[in-house]
Design a protein around this ligand. Structure first.
Ligand SMILES: NC(=O)c1ccc[n+]([C@@H]2O[C@H](COP(=O)([O-])OP(=O)(O)OC[C@H]3O[C@@H](n4cnc5c(N)ncnc54)[C@H](OP(=O)(O)O)[C@@H]3O)[C@@H](O)[C@H]2O)c1
Ligand SMILES: [Zn+2]
Length: 340
């Protein structure tokens, strides 16, 4: 599927493009499933957000499939292996890549971001970015892991340092990233409070392990959370909604609480009292992109514990327009998955 313009779903249509050719460190994967991300939708609507984005563009960051070709220097996987990949591909030689921080590579290649994506029969990835999927995990489940769980791992563990016994609050509790965060937080022995916008979304958050689920319009939401924590307030809040949830996020936090800022779906601009933040010893933490180690740790944990996201819908490539519509309508629980 090739995006030739910005706008709605009719800016993306099937087109023949050359099959990818392996460099020495690369693999070619036959795509079984592609998982949509909010970024795919945002780049469809425009403008391109990832540096280096150019039209025409093949969208699709997350994929699961089977290796069909490997470069001359690749020994970690062979044709026939079932894999998923970190869509963030470093150059492999800059200082950020050297420390495993591909997200801040000087010239990153991001599958479906600024490089051809996985809404295609074949996709090119570096061998170092792929991990093998255990036989026990269906590829349709594996495709729900890459961006959501690596992002959540980065937020919960790497930046948020969530400890057993602490309380985590998430907004948009049935979103892909939040469901992954709930699962990882429960696995780490934390207590979880999840806000979500419908009964079905709250049920999904509870199913993922949330101990308390609340509607977005819960009156005195922060008081409810504070009472639930015995008066202490939350230790960690994950907020990828932004402007609409900012006030609740700050109010839920206990003394020296940590607020993770990791998205702006509900608006970008906020204001707050500096005094409130420094008097209460709050820590405001931006996450940015996850590291290579986060990706490996997150996928390893999922494989070991059988974690994956619910699938909001499996949609054939011909119905891609409908799939974009589900994301745009704020109607999804977990991942929208496309079959090519
Ligand atoms: N920092 C990073 O590296 C990183 C990586 C991946 C994703 N993200 C960001 O994290 C956010 C969540 O990603 P996701 O894939 O989990 O999203 P998703 O599955 O599409 O879920 C988005 C949810 O956000 C809530 N929401 C609140 N205000 C909204 C609005 N104005 N429009 C649409 N939804 C709204 C809705 O839940 P309710 O109806 O329950 O409120 C919705 O279901 C996005 O902003 C994404 O860009 C950041
Ligand atoms: Zn690099």
């Amino acid at each position: 599927m090739v995006q030739t313009d910005f706008g709605g779903p009719d800016a993306v249509f099937p087109q023949d493009v050359p099959e990818p050719v392996c460099g020495p460190r690369d693999v070619v994967v036959k795509v079984a499933y592609c998982g949509l991300n909010r970024l795919d939708l945002l780049q469809l609507q425009g403008p391109g957000l990832i540096p280096g984005f150019r039209l025409p563009h093949v969208p699709g960051m997350d994929f699961a499939g089977t290796v069909v070709a490997t470069g001359s220097a690749v020994s970690s996987v062979v044709p026939g292996d079932r894999v998923i990949a970190d869509p963030t591909q470093g150059c492999g030689s800059c200082p950020r890549c050297a420390v495993g921080d591909r997200a801040y590579c000087v010239s990153p290649r991001i599958i479906g971001g600024n490089a051809p994506g996985a809404l295609a029969e074949y996709v090119l990835a570096t061998a170092e970015s792929v991990v093998q999927v255990p036989e026990s995990l269906p590829l349709a489940a594996a495709v729900t892991l890459p961006t959501a769980f690596a992002t959540a791992w980065h937020a919960v563990h790497n930046v948020g340092s969530l400890a057993a016994g602490e309380t985590l609050v998430v907004h948009a509790g049935a979103s892909a990233v939040s469901l992954a965060a709930v699962a990882l937080a429960k696995r780490a022995g934390a207590t979880v409070v999840a806000f979500a916008g419908s009964d079905a979304k709250r049920a999904a958050a509870r199913e993922a392990g949330a101990d308390l689920v609340l509607p977005n319009d819960e009156p005195d939401a922060a008081k409810t959370v504070t009472a639930f924590t015995g008066g202490d307030g939350a230790d960690l809040v994950l907020d990828h909604v932004g402007a609409d949830t900012w006030r609740t996020s700050l109010d839920c936090l206990g003394i020296r609480g940590r607020l993770i800022l990791m998205g702006n779906t509900g608006g970008d601009q906020v204001s707050f009292s500096l005094q409130e933040v420094f008097h209460r010893g709050l820590k405001l933490l931006g996450t940015g992109g996850y590291t290579s180690a986060d990706f490996v740790a997150a996928t390893s944990a999922c494989f070991a514990d059988g974690l994956h996201l619910p699938i909001a819908a499996i949609v054939p490539l011909e119905d891609l327009a409908g799939a974009w519509g589900l994301l745009a309508a704020r109607a999804t629980i977990g991942k929208v998955v496309i079959t090519p």
